[in-house]
Design a protein around this ligand. Sequence first.
Ligand SMILES: [Zn+2]
Length: 252
Amino acid sequence: MVGGSIRHWPKIVVHFLFPDVCMLCGRVLSPGDNCSEETKELLICSQCLCRIVPRHEDERIFPCLSDPYEGDPIPDFAVWVLLHYEMPVTVLLRNLKFHSWRYAGKLLGNLIAREFPKDLPAKWDAVIPVPLSEKRMRQRGYNQASVLAEDLAKTLDAPLLEETLIRTRHTHQQSRYTDPVSRNENVKGAFAVSEKWDIQGWNILVVDDILTTGATLHEAAKVLYEAGAAHVMGVVAATHREKNSGKGKTPA
Ligand SMILES: [Zn+2]
């Protein structure tokens, strides 16, 4: 029986026994052959990376709510979305959320950071992930929105603030509800800005994984504006929505 920590094993043995494989197709990653050094780090082969096609640059900005309603306090709140919610992005996001594929979030976060426009508007003061409830955080072990936001914050040289926006209560999975009204109700009053933070006049990016009706992001942005933020914009990995259309099926 082999004893001791794996960290003390010769590197060549570790590599032989546990080679890095592509998270989508399972092929062993070999730089110069089927990936670059960088994409090897991201655990994806060139072929599978090519299957993740960003939305056209002109089709990345969405109004947040799919069904804007009378009296929306932040009707101009917009969301930047990189990808279509389709294969293989669906696999990455589902496994990030439900099967501990944190590395899928690293990959998507890396793509978001590369593609996010760098000339909007002046300077971002903070990148804030949509928070999970304590219960869900315990179940999952990490916040998928935080994983997606990490590289974006680094690229923009803005702090990633995970304790500024907080969940005030547990909510059901939004995917349990198919109609916009129920989804709005489910997240209503679910967020608050921590009293420890003064965000007056800040430009803030608020990050989430999927844009469906926009209810969650809208509620988070509303709370940030109420606490004094100057400008809030959403950043999301994927949506099934087409540009300026709120219709589409609810992702699982
Ligand atoms: Zn692959």
